[in-house]
Design a protein around this ligand. Structure first.
Ligand code: URA
Length: 432
């Protein structure tokens, strides 16, 4: 078999067979197919797509390309969640302890931030002492005793996705439904959970810009999950406005803790309850509404907060920072940005706001960049809110004074203020 023929076949819009897909995944991981040929194939897929059969086959060979976590010990209780990525998306920090407080076993591998979106593993490393790198035994024991552990995607899990994602990131081939489907679902299958809830985002801060594209992506991922005997559901949610008010690693940990302490309501609490409720619904075979009631009770009773403390302590984190989030370090510099007009906020371009947070130091432009854990943005107003001229829109935080001005310009260019209020639904629908 020759890679050249596979590229030509896909270039001509034909369907690849199972053996061809197995060949290019396995040989790419083995290093015998060079990046330039794989780039050409990714671009051919980008333009000509893949059938459901091709996507399912690619997903399964990617999942089998490395180690696979065995969670069969936890039976039907193992559950995982995955977000397709967004700005201010700290839901894992809230959803995982809620789900564990409801009796689920959450064994989660999380990614790092790249580009304008953040990563859970980076956020957790903002907690002094927290170890994101555990041995397989440590990971298993914490899930078993506490009910939740969150680590980085390390070791040899889905090496095909690691290589392909890095290549797609620099060849403009990320925003493609079959490729995102195989990337996300290969990781979820290899991570071993029996129940999977996906948060598929649409809007200015997401890979999918429209609800319709997000729905197609959700349907593709859910059908592959089911094909591989996993209970899978996807919530299609809005990413036209950052989630919650804080953007940036430590700032996001603080906000997540405040939700668990019952101090913060709004979109972040709502979406966290919906995601945890969907996990509970899959695991116990109850309706989504009943799942949400259980999730709300775990949150409001304080059980989820206690679960968070146990989890952070089990992974070496200093929980005195969770009990008193004022202990976290703060940036040396800050700048408040005020409304340049009076009226309703009608648009907050999430990609620009996420990029402004990166400029402040909260994210990476390349995977080797070092993060400023304290940097980021606190929003004082969000889409739909009325602001008077001069009222604060946000505060920027950074340890690099020079970054404040360019981040401020970027933030201002992301905001549109108009005469009429807009209302965007937070959760569009669930695909099961
Ligand atoms: N998240 C992933 O894990 N993979 C993609 O391709 C896009 C988002």
């Amino acid at each position: 078999m020759r890679m050249y023929d596979i590229i030509a076949k896909k270039r001509d819009g034909k369907e690849l067979d199972d053996n061809e897909i197995k060949f290019f995944i396995n040989e790419y991981v083995a290093g015998t197919i060079p990046d330039y040929q794989m780039s050409a194939l990714m671009m051919a897929i980008y333009f000509n797509g893949m059938s459901g059969k091709e996507t399912a086959s690619m997903t399964q060979y990617m999942a089998m390309s490395g180690d696979q976590v065995d969670l069969t010990y936890f039976g039907a209780l193992s559950a995982d969640k995955h977000s397709t990525g967004g700005v201010g998306d700290k839901t894992t920090l809230i959803v995982a302890p809620i789900a564990a407080a409801c009796g689920l076993k959450v064994a989660k591998m999380s990614g790092r931030g790249l580009g304008h979106t953040g990563g859970t593993a980076d956020k957790l490393e903002g907690i002094p002492g927290y170890k994101t790198d555990l041995s397989a035994d440590e990971f298993f024991n914490i899930v078993n005793t506490v009910g939740v552990a969150v680590v980085t995607q390390s070791g040899n899990l889905t090496p095909a996705d690691k290589k392909l994602y890095a290549l797609r990131d620099v060849t403009a081939t990320v925003e493609n439904i079959p490729l995102i489907t195989s990337s996300v679902m290969s990781k979820k299958l290899a991570s071993g959970a029996k129940n999977i809830v996906l948060d598929v985002k649409y809007g200015s801060g997401a890979f999918m810009k429209t609800k319709e594209e997000a729905e197609t992506l959700a349907q593709n991922m859910v059908s592959i999950g089911k094909l591989c005997s996993r209970n899978t559901a996807a919530l299609i949610t809005d990413m036209n406005t950052p989630l919650g008010k804080n953007i940036g690693n430590i700032l996001e940990v603080k906000e997540a803790v405040d939700v668990l302490k019952g101090k913060v309501c709004g979109d972040l609490r709502e979406i966290s309850i919906a995601l945890a409720g969907a996990m509970v619904s899959l695991v116990f075979g109850i309706s989504e509404q009943e799942g949400k009631i259980k999730a709300t009770s775990a949150l409001d009773s304080g059980k989820a907060y206690i679960k968070m403390r146990d989890w952070i302590a089990a992974q070496g984190g200093d929980i005195s920072y969770i009990d008193d989030t004022d202990k976290f370090a703060e940036s040396d510099y800050c700048m408040q940005i005020n409304a340049f007009a009076g009226g309703y906020i009608t648009e907050m371009n999430c990609e620009k706001i996420g990029t402004a947070a990166c400029v402040l130091g909260a994210g990476r432009a390349t995977k080797d960049d070092k993060i400023d854990m304290t940097a980021g943005i606190i929003l004082h107003a969000k889409t739909g809110d009325y602001v008077s001229f001069g009222e604060p829109l946000c505060t920027l935080y950074s340890n690099n004074k020079d970054s404040l001005k360019s981040a401020a310009d970027m933030f201002k260019s992301a905001i549109t203020i108009g005469a009429a209020p807009v209302k965007q639904p937070l959760i569009y629908k669930t695909v099961r």
